[in-house]
Design a protein around this ligand. Structure first.
Ligand SMILES: *[C@@H]1O[C@H](CO)[C@@H](O)[C@H](O)[C@H]1NC(C)=O
Ligand SMILES: *[C@@H]1O[C@H](CO)[C@@H](O)[C@H](O)[C@H]1NC(C)=O
Ligand SMILES: *[C@@H]1O[C@H](CO)[C@@H](O)[C@H](O)[C@H]1NC(C)=O
Ligand SMILES: *[C@@H]1O[C@H](CO)[C@@H](O)[C@H](O)[C@H]1NC(C)=O
Ligand SMILES: *[C@@H]1O[C@H](CO)[C@@H](O)[C@H](O)[C@H]1NC(C)=O
Ligand SMILES: *[C@@H]1O[C@H](CO)[C@@H](O)[C@H](O)[C@H]1NC(C)=O
Ligand SMILES: *[C@@H]1O[C@H](CO)[C@@H](O)[C@H](O)[C@H]1NC(C)=O
Ligand SMILES: *[C@@H]1O[C@H](CO)[C@@H](O)[C@H](O)[C@H]1NC(C)=O
Ligand SMILES: *[C@@H]1O[C@H](CO)[C@@H](O)[C@H](O)[C@H]1NC(C)=O
Ligand SMILES: *[C@@H]1O[C@H](CO)[C@@H](O)[C@H](O)[C@H]1NC(C)=O
Ligand SMILES: *[C@@H]1O[C@H](CO)[C@@H](O)[C@H](O)[C@H]1NC(C)=O
Ligand SMILES: *[C@@H]1O[C@H](CO)[C@@H](O)[C@H](O)[C@H]1NC(C)=O
Length: 623
């Protein structure tokens, strides 16, 4: 593998200063997408269904409909880590009995095979019980460490004891250690529930999220911690070798200015506010954390970066589409983002831009949930340069080059799942997709179900995009960053989570920075624990002298449970100037029921947005 040029580790950080110039947007580049091999599909889940005829190498079969997830690359750039769900294995003591259940595998990405003829190798199959005490399911977000020996998978670290692709890495050399977050003052118990784990590029820190159920509705905070191997824990469960999360920082600080603050009778928007809603990972050089944060434009959910040391906030996406999973290239210069842009899915609610995020105090749940229909996501992978969306540049769809037919790389019935991943040399991107399946199609659903064209009728597939015009890049390892995130809050085990600030009920004015104003009425619910409704009236409101907003909107939340609610919207907004448009509801308003645990689209009434003569309507219920 020829390395054509060498970039010093500093390049990312030197470019990341406030003096950073907005570069010209890149031209589209050639990208070739192929599907990666997976173990064969078992005809059923019965023991022994995975016969030697189906897999002559006796190395297992996978379940047809289970989620098969791709992760990042090993440092050789010729393998990715992935998790699959084996099934149909013969019973013990058949040696093939080990190919059962959710397991971590590695897959060759260059078309070659391992010595046994398979293009994959199972890493966790057959690991002795004594090497994996108290480990948990190995399925979510597999991420290899840069040593090529260890992989974060689910809430565990798999340590192969040797380079995973080498013959020295065997089931007996492999250990699986659970990760524990202590949430009790006395250190007892099994620790807190952590989710969405992301390795920091320094390979010694971990980012994660945790739900908070103490408040009136479910909240979530992002955290940053150091991984510390504990071979012989003296407290807490499990009392087996494990990784402890130490020096934990909650990426929220109630003392810092909120994104929407109250200053007497005025509302103040602060786009420098740090608003980690869900932590999504880190930039390639590890200098920034990436998150889904409070919107800058009404109902438009975007990705942001914040300097871990500096607290400086940078917006990455602007497109009205919903963005969430992201991976940043090792040199910090490129993003791959999963986004609904290109599908118009969320445009009925957010296509009109430059509306300040005021009704969002109530509509954020709706705005961030309409992206899905139950298990069906509407994501595709997009390539975006470091400076992100700007002007008319909204990146390049990575899998655009196809005829859209069933099973093609751009078949809209195959939707991308988290996370896409850059190869270390930045010439490849791995991602995976799920086929639309019932109840998101078929039966009473007006959308007919597609037939899988994947091998064995699989409903998941792992894809590899080759950025064919790029030369491989090699970079220095990332130096460990500080345990301390100065703008966060040091986490004290057992302490209650803070309630997020919202402006108290009342009437406010928000002045446009260029012209006009908005009169804002905020009403809290009777327990004053949440905003119940926001009503806004715009008068020639403009921040830029280019786009002007007029008209009314109000939004009211009716909670059904901590996760289930109805968002009621009445809108009649007009935008004049550069992109004339309207955002309006039917006379009876728009009423969207959304349980964030299922995300099924169910609405009465209509919400419609027109911009520059294009009309965007909401999806039909349950589609
Ligand atoms: C794995 O497949 C089995 C069926 O063989 C299923 O019961 C189980 O839920 C699946 N597990 C995961 C994690 O997908
Ligand atoms: C494919 O990857 C393997 C594993 O890194 C490597 O040994 C082999 O040389 C590669 N082959 C080609 C043709 O790139
Ligand atoms: C793996 O270790 C077990 C003991 O834990 C031993 O019985 C077995 O022979 C070892 N397997 C290999 C392939 O070395
Ligand atoms: C206040 O709002 C929260 C969140 O919407 C809700 O769960 C709670 O039931 C409300 N309380 C009252 C008294 O209305
Ligand atoms: C990190 O945690 C360790 C162990 O708990 C402690 O000794 C150390 O002082 C902490 N470091 C910081 C910067 O707080
Ligand atoms: C906005 O937030 C930033 C970051 O916390 C802070 O430095 C700044 O003072 C805030 N501005 C206002 C007007 O509150
Ligand atoms: C999205 O809307 C635009 C503007 O109306 C239209 O040109 C485009 O075809 C739509 N895309 C899809 C996938 O419907
Ligand atoms: C809106 O503000 C602009 C810029 O200040 C001004 O030129 C225009 O006349 C105003 N329009 C109305 C209807 O007030
Ligand atoms: C929202 O607007 C509708 C229609 O104008 C009105 O009936 C309703 O009372 C308003 N709700 C709030 C909270 O202002
Ligand atoms: C919506 O607002 C426009 C002016 O901005 C007005 O002409 C129209 O009558 C309003 N529609 C409704 C249904 O209130
Ligand atoms: C609307 O059209 C104008 C003029 O062609 C263009 O500058 C603007 O970018 C368009 N807006 C959108 C949202 O497409
Ligand atoms: C829609 O209307 C039906 C019939 O009135 C009602 O049963 C249902 O709860 C409503 N759903 C929402 C989200 O408002």
């Amino acid at each position: 593998m020829g390395i054509s040029y060498f970039i010093a580790a500093l390049i990312g950080t030197t470019l990341c200063t406030s003096a950073e110039k907005i570069p010209q947007s890149p031209s589209p580049e050639p990208i070739k997408v192929v599907e990666l091999p997976l173990p064969p599909v078992a005809p059923s889940d019965s023991p022994g269904a995975c016969t030697p005829k189906i897999n002559p190498h006796l190395t297992g079969c996978i379940d047809r409909t289970s989620e098969q997830r791709s992760g990042n690359f090993l440092p050789d750039n010729n393998h990715i880590v992935a998790t699959v769900n084996f099934t149909g294995a013969p019973a013990h003591p058949d040696p093939a009995s080990i190919f059962s259940g959710p397991q971590l595998i590695i897959i060759r990405t260059n078309g070659t095979t391992f010595p046994n003829g398979d293009p994959w190798k199972c890493i966790t199959c057959g690991v002795p019980a004594s090497n994996k005490k108290c480990s948990t399911t190995q399925a979510d977000y597999p991420q290899a460490f840069k040593d090529g020996k260890r992989v974060l998978v689910g809430n565990n670290i798999v340590d192969g004891g040797a380079y995973l692709a080498s013959s020295a890495c065997t089931p007996n050399s492999t250990h699986i250690y659970p990760i524990r977050w202590n949430t009790k003052a006395d250190g007892t118990g099994s620790g807190g529930d952590i989710r969405e784990l992301r390795i920091h590029p320094d390979n010694v820190h971990l980012g994660f999220n945790a739900f908070e159920y103490g408040g009136p509705s479910v909240d979530q905070f992002g955290y940053f911690a150091r991984l510390s191997f504990n071979p012989n824990p003296a407290s807490g469960e499990p009392r087996t070798p494990r990784y402890d999360l130490v020096n934990v920082t909650r990426l929220y600080n109630p003392k810092l200015p909120p994104p929407i603050g109250a200053d007497g009778e005025n509302l103040v928007l602060n786009f420098s506010a740090i608003t980690v809603g869900e932590l999504r990972g880190f930039t390639g050089r590890g200098d920034e954390a990436i998150y889904v944060g409070s919107s800058w434009e009404s109902d438009n959910i975007d990705l942001f970066a914040v300097g871990l040391a500096t607290g400086a906030v940078r917006r990455i996406t602007e497109h009205p589409g919903y963005a969430d999973p992201i991976d940043v290239s090792q040199d910090n210069q490129w993003n791959v983002v999963l986004d609904t842009r290109g599908t118009n899915r969320t445009m009925f609610m957010d296509a009109m831009r430059h509306i300040p995020p005021l009704t969002d105090l109530v509509t954020v749940t709706a705005a961030s949930s309409i992206r899905n229909n139950g298990k069906r996501r509407f994501f595709q992978p997009w390539l975006l340069d470091r400076a992100g969306d700007r002007g008319t540049y909204f990146g390049q769809q990575i899998n655009a080059d196809g005829d859209g037919s069933p099973g093609s790389v751009n078949d809209p019935m195959w939707n991308a799942m988290a996370d896409p991943r850059w190869s270390w040399d930045q010439t490849k991107i791995a991602y995976y997709q799920a086929l639309t399946v019932p109840p998101a199609c078929g039966g009473v659903n007006p959308l007919p179900c597609p037939t899988s064209t994947a091998p064995g009728g699989r409903t998941y597939r792992i894809m590899l995009a080759h950025l064919t015009s790029r030369e491989p890049v090699e970079l220095q390892p990332v130096e460990p960053v500080s345990d301390v995130v100065p703008w966060g809050t040091s986490y004290v085990p057992g302490s209650p989570a803070p309630a997020r600030y919202f402006p108290p009920g009342g009437q406010y004015t928000l002045k446009g920075s260029h012209s006009g104003r908005v009169i804002v009425n905020i009403r809290e619910n009777s327990s004053k624990t949440a905003v119940q409704s926001v009503a806004v009236k715009y008068f020639n409101y403009s921040n830029d002298g280019v786009n002007y907003i007029d008209g009314n909107e109000n939004a009211t939340l009716t909670s059904i449970s901590k996760t289930d609610s109805v968002t009621n919207i009445f809108a009649n907004l007009t935008s004049s100037g550069e992109s004339p448009g309207r955002k309006y509801t039917s006379p009876d308003g728009f009423h969207l029921r959304m349980d964030i645990m299922t995300n099924m689209f169910e609405a009465n009434g209509t919400l419609t947005t027109t911009v520059n003569g294009s009309t965007y309507e909401q999806p039909r219920n349950f589609t």
